[in-house]
Design a protein around this ligand. Sequence first.
Ligand code: GRF
Length: 214
Amino acid sequence: MTYRVAVAASGRGSNLAALLRTLGPSGPARVVLVLSNSPDAGALALAREQGVATAVLGDPADALAWRAALTAHQVDLLVLAGYLKLVPPEIVRGWAGRIINVHPALLPRHGGPGMYGGRVHRAVLEAGDLESGATVHLVDEEYDRGAVLAQARVPVLPGDSPETLAARVLAVEHRLLPAAVLRAAAAGHPVAFTPDPELEQSWREHAEGVDFRQ
Ligand code: GRF
């Protein structure tokens, strides 16, 4: 039976692209719905191009609209991939243990309200951290606070800017998030796991032409 995945995204959707590419149309897990609070999100355009159903959340705090979309598409797992709003508490409670988020740092470092995009990478550089990475975690009612499921590390290199660090982290996000979804599909629910060490090296070969200024 296919594990049905919804992805919520506010921006360009490169993690959505990685999920669509890795999961494909007929694997054990499939993206069946893309939700966004922003009608202009690149993620929505990508979903439409690929024939995936979309939902624009006029009011992202409207739990009824969330529930209607998730139940209409019989969603097993909700993935937040660059989704910048809080998921309504009713939905977090109703879907407890079935919502995951990807964050571009090694939580619990550099997470919480307002920590997204370039701000995260700037904070890592300002703190003088020697490494950063990506975290996939369960979502609870606070930003970036739920149980960590998996992390992949990358080095911070001399001369890094927020943009170069973001690119290195994004390369591992694109591997870690699909791996987390496939593990969840196999187990029937999100699970903690240790990523393949090769995944942490995937930033070395990253050349997907993502525009990191978005
Ligand atoms: C990613 O860095 C993700 O970790 C963060 O927001 C960014 C979204 O990028 N939560 P994209 O829209 O998937 O390209």
